[in-house]
Unconditional design. Sequence first.
Length: 249
Amino acid sequence: MKRFEGKTALVTGGNSGIGLATALAFAGEGARVVITGRDPSTLDQAKARLGVDSLAIRNDASRLADATVLAETLGRQGLRLDAVFINAGVVRLAALEAVDERLWDDSFNTNVKGPYFLLKALTPLLNLGAAIVLNGSINAHIGMPNSSVYAASKAALISLAKTLSSELLSRGVRVNVVSPGPVQTPIYRHLGVPVEQLADIAASILAQVPLKRFGTPDEIASAVLYLSSAESAFIVGTELVIDGGMSQL
């Protein structure tokens, strides 16, 4: 029997990159998958790959109203959740002198505030024994230049794994974190830097990775499924760093 046969998994930002890889992995293990995202075209493409039993819901991770609407939509359809991967997020890189309030608010609304209130809205829909996995980042630990706001937002999200674990454990719900290092995903096109600088940025990052390569979305997805499964039933409030050794330098 497949690990998630008869179970339902929600993946926010499941229309591309790590989110899509994770959604496909859940589906491959028998789960009914719900994905969210902001782009209708990529949502439709992802749903086509996930199959007819999947749901693709347009949702803005930064909007509190959307969190409520998503929970209500799932509730009306009679869905209860066994696994939740809070993956949707933004990367905004800027030096201290270039950071403005808009960049700060966009980062924290999407990476912290939205996920927090989405989990609050989803709590009544979580089955006993459900698992929540938050997508953190190695940037919360390594002090990379120009990443102060992004790193702080991810550090806040990582902190939630411990506090929410304490609060939700009485409901039989576990919360853990995966913190990827550099992974080859479309997000690098949305860093807020000129396209011509992307190659230099990629080379600079790669030089810091002992394995001398970027990770793959499938490698992160495998970790998410492990933390969402019965195999990790004794793991609570833990951060799993997946960075090719980058944080060990």
